[in-house]
Design a protein around this ligand. Sequence first.
Ligand code: GDP
Ligand code: MG
Length: 163
Amino acid sequence: MSFTIAIAGRPNVGKSTLFNRLVGKRLALVDDSPGVTRDRRMADAKLLDLKFKVIDTAGLEEAAHESLEGRMRQQTEMAILEADATLFLIDARAGVTPLDEGFANLLRRAGKPVILVANKAEGKRGDAGLYEAYAMGFGEPIAFSAEHGEGIVELRDALIEAV
Ligand code: GDP
Ligand code: MG
């Protein structure tokens, strides 16, 4: 089985950290400042027994000629189009923000499978955000930590179900 997964979400939720974990090479730039990824990046990914292609979406620093939201929407739409399913990341510690809601609307309109990933959920600090995430209507969010590698098995099972 061959499939492609997009990683989408607002800046700083951990998309590139997850991308790097899946790809195992540092192809996407990760930085403490939001929106450091410069391009959409596609690479071969591996998650336990699954092999697939993954697309990271760009950040915001190229937004000079366009509105931030316009730029993000464009990048995300392109990635979603190419992908069989999308990993929609939110920051479980921050909860669901208006920008997250914007991405959610975009993903709903695309009508493709969405796996909601509540990242930064290590150590129970994301519990409140998990409840908010559940209310977004994408099914049960996966409590995840891209940095610490928590929720890997759950993510693998969700991918199998989605594609
Ligand atoms: P992106 O803008 O969505 O690509 O986010 P990045 O991957 O660049 O990560 C943004 C910040 O969040 C960085 O400082 C990461 O180290 C941090 N981060 C990413 N994943 C996690 C996580 O699982 N837990 C915590 N606590 N921090 C994380
Ligand atoms: Mg990034």
